[in-house]
Design a protein around this ligand. Structure first.
Ligand code: OXD
Ligand code: MN
Length: 587
C-alpha cells in the first residue's frame, strides 16, 4: 500500500496541473522502451544508428535553454539569512504562489509522469528518496540513467515518510518565467519553463547538492560537488580520494583517469566511483565514508576524445542520450568539437540546421552539449560502486585553474587549514570563454552555485565534521594542473600524468614520505614527484612547486576582500587561518 503522504501530494499536483492521465514509472525495460518509441514518434528524441550506437538517442533542447541558470535559481527559506549571501532568495509563500500560478493547468492534454527514485543504492542506509513529477519523456529517460528508480523505490517508500517532492513543468520554455526553486525546509523543488538537464533532472544538482547539503547540515553529514576515485596499489590495497574542482578543470577526466604505462606496469589501477557528487559521513569505524548518489554520468561532450578521456568515450557507445551534439547524417551517428577524426560534411548542428563543419563560424555541437550514460558503461567503474556503505576516504583534494601562484600540489597543515584552502578555491577564466582572460573567480569547495544554505554556516559545518573525525579525518590537498610558463604554455602535462601527483598524495597519507613546510602548507621535495619519462626537467618542476611570497601577499589581500562578503557568518576558525597565512608570508 503506497504511502498516504505520497498519494495526497500526487492528488494535489493532479488537481493543479490537470493532466490527461498519469503514468507511474516502474523502471521496467518494457515501459522505458515504450516511452523511447513514443518520444521518437513525437520528435522529442531521435534514434541513432542501431549497430554503431545501440540504444542511443539524440535530443535537442530549445535554443534558449542550454545550461543551468544560476540567476534564476532560488533558495526559498523563511529567513533570508538561512539562504545566506551567495544564494538568490525568495520568500517560500510568495514563491509557491507564483510557481503554482505558472503551473496551473499546464499539463492539460499531456501525461503526468511520476518518477519514484533513489539517490544512492536503494539498500544503502544513506540513500534518500525523491519523487519527480514531469511532463517530459526526456526527463524520465535521463532520470532512468542517472538514478535508481521504479518499483523497488516505491516499496521502500511504504516504510518512510520523508521524501523529496520535485515538480517539473516544461510550460512554454519561456526564459522570462524560468525558475528553479528549492524549498529545503519542506524537502521540495519546483522547476518551471526549462528542459535542460541541470535544471530539470531534479535528483542531480537540485536534490543531491542543494537540498542534500541542507539535510546534511541538520543530520551531520556532507553533500559535496566531488568526484570519487579508488586507487589500487601494487600491494593490492585500495585507497579512495574525493576531489572538488570548478568547471573546466578536468574533473570528469580525473574521475576516469587512465594510468600512464609505467604505472600500469607497476601494477597500479584506478577505479571510478563517481564523477560529480559525493555524500560523505563518519562511518562506524570513525573514518569518513562516501557514496556517489548518482547512477550515471551527465558529461560534457566537447573535448571528450581518446586522449582526454577514453573511458568517458567508451561510456557513450551504447544506452546513451546525447543532448545538443552534431548529428552525422551519413551514418546517423554523433560528433562534437574535439572528438577524434574529421568533422562530418553532411550533418545537422545542435540546432538541427544543415552543417558541414567548414563554412560555419558557429560550433556544430553546443559547448555545453552532453551525454547521459549509465555508470556501468564505464570500463573503470569501481566494484564498490553499488556498495551500500560506500568507500572510506583517505584524502580530499581541492583544485583550480591558476596560471601562477598556486603550486602543482600542496597539503594542508591540518583539517581547519584544509577547510580554509577549500573556502578560497579559485579558477581563472580561460581564453575560450567570452570576456577577459585571467579573471579570478572564487568558488568555495566548487559549491558556490550548489550550497543550499548560508555558505558561512556551511564552512562551519565542515569545521564541525573535522572535529568529530579527529585523528581519523582525511588529509586535505590542493592541486593546480594549469601553471603556465612566460609564453603561456602549460608546464605540467596533465591528463593521466596527474597520477604522479596522486602518488605523492597517497604517500603523504600513508606517512611514507617527508615534505617541505612552507607558509601555505606542505610542498613536495622535487625528487618526491616522479617525472621519469616526462618532457619536463627538474627546474620546471621546481618552478611549479615554488611558493612566491609576493604573489601570495597579493592573494591574501584578495582573500580578505572575498571573505568580507560573508561578514559575521564567517567562522572565527577561518579568520584565524587567514591571519596565520598573512603573517607567515611576511616572514
Ligand atoms: C555539472 C555542473 O553539470 O557542475 O556537473 O555544472
Ligand atoms: Mn558538476
Amino acid at each position: 500500500m503506497l504511502n498516504k503522504l505520497v498519494l495526497d501530494w500526487i492528488k494535489e499536483m493532479e488537481c493543479l496541473l490537470e493532466p490527461e492521465s498519469i503514468i507511474w514509472i516502474d523502471g521496467s525495460e518494457a515501459q522505458l522502451d515504450n516511452l523511447r518509441n513514443t518520444a521518437c514518434k513525437t520528435g522529442e528524441l531521435g534514434r541513432l544508428n542501431r549497430e554503431k550506437l545501440p540504444n542511443c538517442y539524440l535530443h535537442r533542447t530549445a535554443v534558449n535553454d542550454v545550461a543551468r541558470v544560476e540567476d534564476r535559481t532560488f533558495i526559498c527559506t523563511k529567513l533570508k539569512s538561512t539562504a545566506g549571501p551567495t544564494n538568490n532568495w525568495l520568500d517560500p509563500q510568495s514563491a509557491y504562489n507564483m510557481l503554482y500560478g505558472i503551473a496551473k493547468g499546464c499539463y492539460r492534454g499531456k501525461i503526468m509522469y511520476v518518477i519514484p527514485y533513489s539517490m544512492g543504492p536503494i539498500d544503502s542506509p544513506y540513500a534518500k528518496i525523491g519523487i519527480e513529477i514531469t511532463d517530459s519523456i526526456y526527463v524520465v529517460l535521463n532520470m532512468a540513467i542517472m538514478t535508481r528508480l521504479g518499483r523497488d523505490v516505491l516499496q521502500k517508500l511504504e516504510n518512510i515518510t520523508n521524501f523529496v517532492k520535485g515538480l517539473h513543468c516544461s510550460c512554454e520554455l519561456d526564459a522570462q518565467k524560468r525558475y528553479i526553486c528549492h524549498f529545503p525546509e519542506d524537502n521540495a523543488i519546483i522547476s518551471v519553463n526549462s528542459g535542460y538537464g541541470g535544471n530539470v533532472l531534479l535528483g542531480k544538482k537540485c536534490f543531491a547538492l542543494r537540498i542534500a547539503s541542507f539535510l546534511g547540515r541538520a543530520e551531520g553529514w556532507l553533500a559535496e560537488h566531488m568526484l570519487i576515485i579508488g586507487i589500487k596499489t601494487p600491494a593490492g590495497e585500495v585507497k579512495y580520494i574525493a576531489a572538488a574542482f570548478p568547471s573546466a578543470c578536468g574533473k570528469t577526466n580525473l574521475a576516469m583517469l587512465t594510468l600512464p604505462e609505467i604505472y600500469q606496469r607497476k601494477g597500479y589501477e584506478v577505479f571510478c566511483v563517481g564523477d560529480d557528487i559525493a555524500w560523505m559521513r563518519k562511518g562506524q569505524d570513525g573514518r569518513l565514508w562516501a557514496i556517489n548518489p548518482e547512477n550515471g554520468f551527465f558529461g560534457v561532450a566537447p573535448g571528450t576524445n581518446k586522449k582526454s578521456n577514453p573511458h568517458a568515450l567508451a561510456c557513450t557507445k551504447k544506452d546513451t542520450i546525447f543532448t545538443n551534439v552534431v548529428q552525422n547524417l551519413d551514418d546517423n551517428t554523433v560528433w562534437w568539437e574535439g572528438l577524434d577524426g574529421k568533422s562530418p560534411e553532411n550533418a545537422l548542428n545542435w540546432k538541427g540546421k544543415p552543417w558541414n563543419g567548414k563554412m560555419s563560424i558557429e560550433k556544430g555541437a553546443h559547448p555545453n552539449s552532453r551525454f547521459t550514460s549509465p555508470a556501468k558503461n564505464c570500463p573503470s567503474i569501481s566494484k564498490e560502486f553499488d556498495s551500500p556503505l560506500g568507500v572510506p576516504i583517505s584524502a580530499i583534494i581541492f583544485g583550480g585553474r591558476r596560471a601562477q601562484i598556486t603550486p602543482l600540489v600542496y597539503e594542508a597543515k591540518n583539517w581547519n587549514h584544509g577547510v580554509f584552502i577549500g573556502s578560497i578555491m579559485a579558477s581563472e577564466t580561460t581564453a575560450a570563454a567570452a570576456g577577459k582572460t585571467g579573471i579570478v573567480r572564487r568558488d568555495p569547495m566548487a559549491m558556490l552555485p550548489f550550497c543550499g544554505y548560508n555558505i558561512g554556516e556551511y564552512f562551519n559545518h565542515w569545521i564541525e565534521i573535522g572535529k568529530s573525525l579527529g585523528e581519523k579525518a582525511p588529509k586535505i590537498f590542493n592541486v593546480n594542473w594549469f601553471r603556465q610558463d612566460q609564453q603561456g604554455n602549460f608546464i605540467w602535462p596533465g591528463f593521466g600524468e596527474n597520477f604522479r601527483v596522486l602518488e605523492w598524495i597517497l604517500n603523504r597519507c600513508s606517512g611514507t614520505i617527508n615534505a617541505k613546510e612552507t607558509a601555505i602548507g606542505y610542498i613536495p621535495f622535487e625528487d618526491s614527484i616522479n617525472i621519469d619519462g616526462l618532457p619536463l626537467n627538474l627546474e620546471s618542476l621546481s618552478n611549479i612547486l615554488k611558493v612566491d611570497k609576493n604573489l601570495w601577499k597579493h592573494e591574501a589581500e584578495n582573500i580578505e576582500k572575498f571573505y568580507a562578503k560573508f561578514s559575521d557568518t564567517l567562522p572565527a576558525a577561518l579568520k584565524l587561518q587567514l591571519s596565520a597565512l598573512t603573517s607567515a608570508i611576511k616572514e
